[in-house]
Design a protein around this ligand. Structure first.
Ligand code: PFF
Length: 451
């Protein structure tokens, strides 16, 4: 974790890189385009952007604020907001649920990130003229999924154990701008291809009749929290490593903007690429117009895109892109693993390095069960964690911040920040907004599931 020996981030930029690293990941490049493609393109984009502003930004700040106030793991940070035995216990339970949710998220996340690793190696096999290995690496199989899920988990554990400050923090600073550049380049290239404009229209022109569709609303809510890493305790842990004088409004705005921009760019590349691929004879949709293999959509569209470039550059571009994606996945997975790890380290005498190994082993076992029962478990775990647990945990955080945390303590936490005028409109509105509007919006959207 990119925190100093005293348990705090080494610098503001260190925090920004770690928090943006947590937010930007597989969710942006796999999740967002897949969701947009399955949930009406422009309608999904519209609802998503609205939810990022109305819920994502204020809730991300709430989670960071609760974490920084607690300066400890999510279960104890939530419990610290309470002033009676009952509220303290409820806070602890919400924190625990977030620890379990984070652990479960890491299982499917490792499967997905494993695909990025195998797709990064496949071009090397092609260059080495080993087509059967290249096919194994890119074809969907239990053996491939199993091997690369474990490889990814091992990588995460290795990086975290080695102390991340010098590694991931420095690497992310250099590589994330490269990922952005590749996405812009990819989007520009794909938009010049025949068929792309149809995809652009699908992404940018909303079908308003879809906007209030339950699937669109619930999917966008899950995607908002998943993409910003809200409702898993990850940002609470990162908040705990943050100094009291840092102004959260600006840091949160930066992380939110970066994350949303990367998701948008990825969709701008992948949705038109689907139509270009279709134009080139790749089957993307079933007869009834639904998407074929939505989970693996990105993995059929992207290689088709690189193929169309031809020559040696296709291999180089594919390797660079999938390596960058693996790194984006790593920086996110690190923040997820930090949730259970921080709890074990604070509550037991187990060392940090042993705790990460234990967490890694648990994640590896559950992920393997999912790999061997992919069709029944993979989608289920994603829906349960991102569309059910994360919104409910966020609801718990909003209620605790608004209704349980004593107002004067919250105001003191706000006032400690550099350059903050607690009487400004922003800092007067935000606590009230989190207290009333956030829980209301989350409940209204979740209720759609039961209507
Ligand atoms: N925000 C990450 C992504 O978009 O890929 C995923 C994630 C990271 C979810 C950390 C939850 C979390 F706690």
């Amino acid at each position: 974790m990119s925190a100093q020996a005293d348990g705090h981030f080494s610098s503001r930029i260190g925090f920004i890189m770690a928090a943006a690293g947590s937010a930007v990941g597989v969710g942006n490049i796999w999740g967002f385009p897949t969701q947009a493609a399955t949930h009406g393109g422009g309608a999904f984009l519209l609802v998503y952007v609205l939810l990022i502003v109305l819920l994502g930004y204020p809730m991300l700040m709430a989670e960071l604020m609760v974490g920084r106030h607690g300066q400890t793991n999510p279960a104890d940070a939530m419990s610290k907001l309470g002033h009676s035995a009952k509220t303290k216990n409820i806070g602890k339970v919400i924190g625990f649920i977030s620890i379990i949710t984070a652990t479960l998220i890491c299982t499917f996340y490792s499967i997905l990130s494993g695909w990025f690793i195998s797709f990064a190696i496949a071009p090397v096999a092609q260059i080495a003229n080993k087509p059967e290995i290249a096919n194994w690496l890119t074809d969907f199989s239990v053996s491939r999924n199993f091997v690369f899920t474990l490889v990814f988990i091992a990588l995460v554990i290795l990086v975290i154990r080695q102390g991340v400050q010098q590694g991931i923090e420095r690497w992310s600073k250099r590589l994330m701008p490269m990922l952005l550049l590749m996405l812009v380049g990819g989007a520009v290239y794909i938009l010049s291809q025949p068929g792309a404009i149809e995809g652009l229209k699908v992404l940018l022109v909303p079908d308003f009749s879809m906007v209030f569709h339950t699937d669109v609303l619930v999917g966008a809510l899950g995607q908002t929290f998943f993409s910003l890493s809200v409702g898993t305790g990850a940002m609470m842990v990162y908040g705990a490593y943050l100094h009291k004088q840092e102004n959260l409004s600006k840091l949160t705005a930066f992380v939110t903007l970066t994350d949303t921009m990367v998701a948008f760019l990825a969709a701008l590349m992948i949705i038109p690429a689907m139509y270009v691929a279709q134009h080139n004879g790749v089957q993307i949709f079933a007869e009834d117009g639904s998407l074929l293999n939505s989970d693996t959509l990105v993995f059929s569209v992207l290689p088709a895109l690189f193929d169309s470039i031809g020559g040696v550059s296709q291999y180089i571009l594919a390797i660079v892109f999938f390596v960058l994606m693996t790194i984006a996945g790593l920086t996110s997975a690190m923040s997820i693993v930090e949730v259970p790890t921080s709890y074990i380290v604070e509550k037991t005498s187990v060392t940090r390095s042993k705790a990460t190994l234990m967490v890694g082993a648990v994640i590896a076992v559950i992920a393997s069960v999912i790999v061997f029962n992919f069709s029944s478990l993979f989608g289920l775990i994603i829906t349960l964690t991102t569309e059910r647990a994360q919104p409910l945990i966020a609801l718990g955080i909003a209620i605790f911040m608004g209704w349980v945390w004593h107002r004067n303590e919250l105001l003191a936490e706000i006032a400690q920040q550099d350059g903050v005028n607690q009487n400004s409109l922003f800092w007067r509105i935000w606590p009230v907004y989190v207290k009333f509007v956030c829980p209301f919006l989350i409940v209204v959207i979740i209720m759609q599931l039961f209507s």
